[in-house]
Design a protein around this ligand. Structure first.
Ligand code: SAM
Length: 284
């Protein structure tokens, strides 16, 4: 992938967003990068409050760094927070971020962060301050499914918050398998109250998260979507847990079975998945 594989598009709100030509996907459609990231990650996962009350550094995994709108929106929201945040970003290419740097003025959210972004791209790691908040930001350039299944994952501190922003399951099925979410769930440190937010509200995704061992709830509207998804290791983090009525709809759905392989398929629940869902502590 190179910078010419990306372009800027104006979305319905009037904001500019990056679009990947090859995949044909706009990174933040409809309401634009900043508004989406604020609703989906900053407010929904209460990141400033959690950074402020963390005893040590607060670890965020940014899955799908792309053009860094999510990370930079999170960092801007930490300007008046005293604390230490560690961001571990993952992408198989730095090209969208390189492209975004050339368009920082129109994108807006990058303005003021050009220097740390250049260091991140050059050295793979950068340390700086946003107000009183100390930031350590690393970029892991790798195929995420392969990385998550490798021993290198143990060298990276486990996440307390996960910004999960891959392309859609139909275009990017390797990022949405049951194995990926099991791997993520395993890496959340015990007792840390870890959470994961993502833009999808599909039954298939929610079943996948439940079977991976998360508690799962309806997430906040973003302006683009009337509902998103919030998952957590502990039930206390979920305000609006999926309930028995949701479970009955999932059992009747024609697209609920998790992806077991990196191939997009829509299928009703298998007998085994249905039994595992019904036995999930969330529905007891
Ligand atoms: C929707 S974009 C992310 C947008 C980004 N979060 C932002 O705020 O600008 C999805 C990203 O996932 C990355 N991606 C897709 N497949 C991947 C894979 N197998 N491993 C790692 N990254 C992948 C793409 O390169 C792309 O940058």
């Amino acid at each position: 992938m190179t910078e010419s594989d990306y372009e800027l598009v104006r979305v319905a709100s009037g904001a500019w967003s990056v679009r990947a030509r090859v995949e044909g996907e706009t990174f933040h459609p409809v309401i634009g990068p900043t508004a989406e990231a604020e609703a989906l990650y900053v407010r929904q996962m209460r990141i400033p409050e959690r950074v402020a009350s963390a005893q040590a550094e607060f670890v965020v995994w940014d899955v799908g760094l792309g053009a860094a709108a999510n990370v930079l929106t999170v960092l801007r929201a930490l300007e008046s927070t005293e604390g230490h945040v560690r961001i571990e970003s993952f992408d198989h290419t730095p090209a969208p971020l390189r492209f975004a740097l050339t368009e920082s003025v129109r994108l807006g959210y990058l303005v003021g962060f050009e220097e740390p972004v250049r260091s991140l791209l050059g050295e793979g790691e950068v340390r700086f301050h946003v107000g009183k908040c100390q930031v350590t930001w690393r970029f892991h350039e790798a195929d995420f499914p392969a990385w998550l299944g490798s021993t290198s994952t143990r060298e990276v501190p486990g996440p307390e918050a996960i910004l999960f922003d891959a392309f859609s399951p139909a275009r990017n099925p390797a990022m949405w398998t049951l194995g990926i979410f099991r791997g993520l769930r395993e890496r959340i440190p015990a007792g840390a109250g870890g959470t994961l937010a993502t833009y999808s509200r599909s039954t298939l995704l929610r079943v996948t998260l439940l079977l991976a061992g998360f508690r799962v709830g309806a997430g906040q509207a973003t302006g683009e979507k009337e509902e998103t998804t919030l998952a957590a290791a502990d039930p206390g983090q979920i305000e609006r847990p999926l309930d028995a009525a949701w479970l009955q709809r999932a059992i009747r759905s024609t697209s609920a079975e998790p992806l077991h392989e990196p191939v997009y398929r829509q299928r009703p629940l298998s007998e085994e998945s249905r039994r595992a869902l019904e036995a999930h502590p969330q529905f007891q």
